[in-house]
Design a protein around this ligand. Structure first.
Ligand code: HEM
Length: 507
């Protein structure tokens, strides 16, 4: 009896709160929410597709209730501009899930920080110091070393007689470049030797990443329904242990750098940069550690995924593949390998990277922003505390803005040069405004370089017996969009054998 009264009272309070919100504000339309669960009961796993379908029914701005939290999703250029330009400052906070709050120590890093003095300071460190054009250039040898290592590794595997004409799992090679590039850039460490074997510190690093994902997933169930949380309590001990383990590894690496700096001076890696700048910007140790791990979280999978999608499109579109190779042969030739210096002479290659990021942005809903005050967007109210998502995937496929949007046609960017770093609201793979991705240029360079090397060195075909049309272009659910079926492909070398050697550089 007592329990049923309690449940009834609880349901009544939630219903009353929901009705109060509905009538106090003019909220965007959307699918009918149920008490307590909101729309969670009918959100399909691939969320950006589901929100797109709903936007076709309810319009380009919709309300979606995650339990009792209002999430507003906008799906066209005009509204994206309102969110990311006109109301940028009011919509620049972050929603922190319970696990994100724990991992970031309540937003002491960059990704999970709310907009405020701390955020502005850390963002300045990123813009002026970590991602400055000078540092990007200084770290170029790492990127070029890693892409040539990828080429060498693919060459070894595809010319191995045991693998004769067998397909390779493309993401294995892309993942290694992304992993090595980001750990070297952030920590100044290549945890993997030339045979692909990971050292003890690297194993610890990988275990920490995997454990973080596991801990995050363990809380996901009750994230949006607060009263269910007693069923999924935060395992404080496990989070504390995880944090301590992450700090221990990062501190050990920081100490190695402090020692090395005394003998050979500061290097360009982020860890050295942050330790050197710690006093100038008054950065706490938690912030330095948080920032280093932010780079891993945000910079590792995004680049590898973008290239995997691009390669799938290139295999499905042999015409584009061939045209890119003709450009590479003309500009780079058959006697040397591509470098980033060649990019300005390879417009078609750059258009391919852009077209892939248009059709397959690795974070299709960006990261959710949170309203720090009541805001009006598209004539509707967005109450303080709601989350706002820009469906950049839908924006970049809008038939009102793009001609034949579903077609993979890089030429569209030769005909009209559309910016993709936050200045043109039709194309927003990196977001825009205050929270635009600080690693955008680095990401673009790495994606373009990986694509350029893959195309210059190899011809790519689907696995034997499979036609290009049969490649599964479905997406996996999640904040970051992996291919549902990892791409398998058959590479065939097309350059002289001496051009397939890694050019190892130790910086
Ligand atoms: C193709 C590659 C990449 C794509 C498509 C991408 C995309 C994005 C997007 C959409 C956001 C969210 C923007 C927002 O909330 O409005 C973001 C944030 C961020 N990205 Fe990237 N990113 C890429 C590569 C990188 C790389 C290589 C790094 C660093 C090494 C990086 C670091 C970050 C950080 C630190 C944030 C958080 C910014 C903030 O909250 O202020 N990203 N990225």
């Amino acid at each position: 009896m007592a329990l049923s009264t309690l449940i009834l009272t609880f349901t009544f309070i939630i219903l009353a709160y929901y009705l109060y919100q509905r009538f106090r504000f003019k909220l965007p339309p959307g699918p009918r929410p149920w008490p307590v669960v909101g729309n969670l009961y009918n959100i399909k796993p691939v969320r950006f597709r589901c929100f797109h379908e709903w936007s076709q029914i309810y319009g380009p701005i919709i309300s979606v209730w995650f339990g009792s939290t209002l999430n507003v999703v906008v799906s066209n250029t005009e509204l994206a501009k309102e969110v990311l330009k006109e109301h940028d400052q009011q919509l620049a906070d972050r929603h922190r899930s319970r696990s994100a709050a724990k991992f970031s120590r309540e937003g002491q890093d960059l990704i999970w920080a709310d907009y405020g003095p701390h955020y502005v300071k850390v963002r300045k460190v990123c813009t002026l110091e970590l991602f400055s054009p000078k540092r990007l250039e200084a770290l170029r040898p790492i990127r070029e070393d890693e892409v040539t290592a990828m080429v060498e590794s693919i060459y070894k595997d595809c010319t191995n007689p045991e693998n004769n004409e067998k397909s390779l799992l493309v993401k294995k090679y892309l993942g290694a470049v992304a992993f090595n590039n980001i750990t070297r850039l952030a920590f100044g460490k290549r945890f993997m030797n030339s045979e692909g074997v990971i050292d003890e510190q690297g194993k610890e690093f990988k275990e920490i990443v995997a454990n973080g994902l596991k801990l995050g997933a363990s809380l996901a169930m009750a994230e949006h329904i607060p009263w269910l949380r007693w069923l999924f309590p935060i395992d404080e001990a496990a989070f504390a242990k995880h944090g301590a383990r992450r700090d221990r590894l990062t501190r050990a690496i920081m100490e190695e750098h402090t020692l090395a700096r005394q003998t050979s001076g500061a290097k360009q890696h982020f860890v050295d940069a942050l330790l050197t700048l710690q006093e100038k910007y008054d950065l706490s140790e938690d912030t330095i550690i948080g920032l280093l791990w932010d780079m891993i979280t945000a910079g590792m999978d995004t680049t590898a995924i973008s290239v995997e999608w691009a390669m799938a499109e290139l295999i499905k579109n042999p015409r584009v593949q061939q045209k890119a190779q003709e450009e590479l042969d003309r500009v780079v030739g058959y006697e040397r390998v591509l470098t980033e210096m060649d990019f300005s002479n390879l417009p078609y290659l750059q258009c391919i990277a852009k077209e892939a990021l248009r059709l397959h942005p690795p974070t299709p809903l960006m990261l959710p922003h949170r309203a720090n005050s009541n805001v009006k967007v598209g004539g509707y109210d967005i109450p303080e505390g709601s989350n706002v998502h820009v469906n950049v995937w839908a924006v970049a496929r809008d038939t009102k803005m793009w001609k034949n949007p579903l077609e993979f046609r890089p030429e569209r960017f030769l005909e009209e040069d559309v910016d993709m770093k936050g200045h043109d609201y039709r194309l927003l793979p990196f977001g825009a405004g205050r929270r635009v991705c600080p690693g955008a240029q680095l990401g673009i360079n790495l994606v373009t370089s990986m694509l350029g090397h893959l195309l210059h060195h190899f011809n790519w075909a689907p696995p034997n017996g499979m036609s290009p049309e049969e490649i599964d272009m479905g997406e996996n659910p999640g904040l970051v969009t992996y291919m549902k079926t990892p791409l398998q492909a058959v590479p065939t070398p097309r350059l002289p054998a001496e051009l397939y050697k890694r050019v190892a550089i130790d910086i």
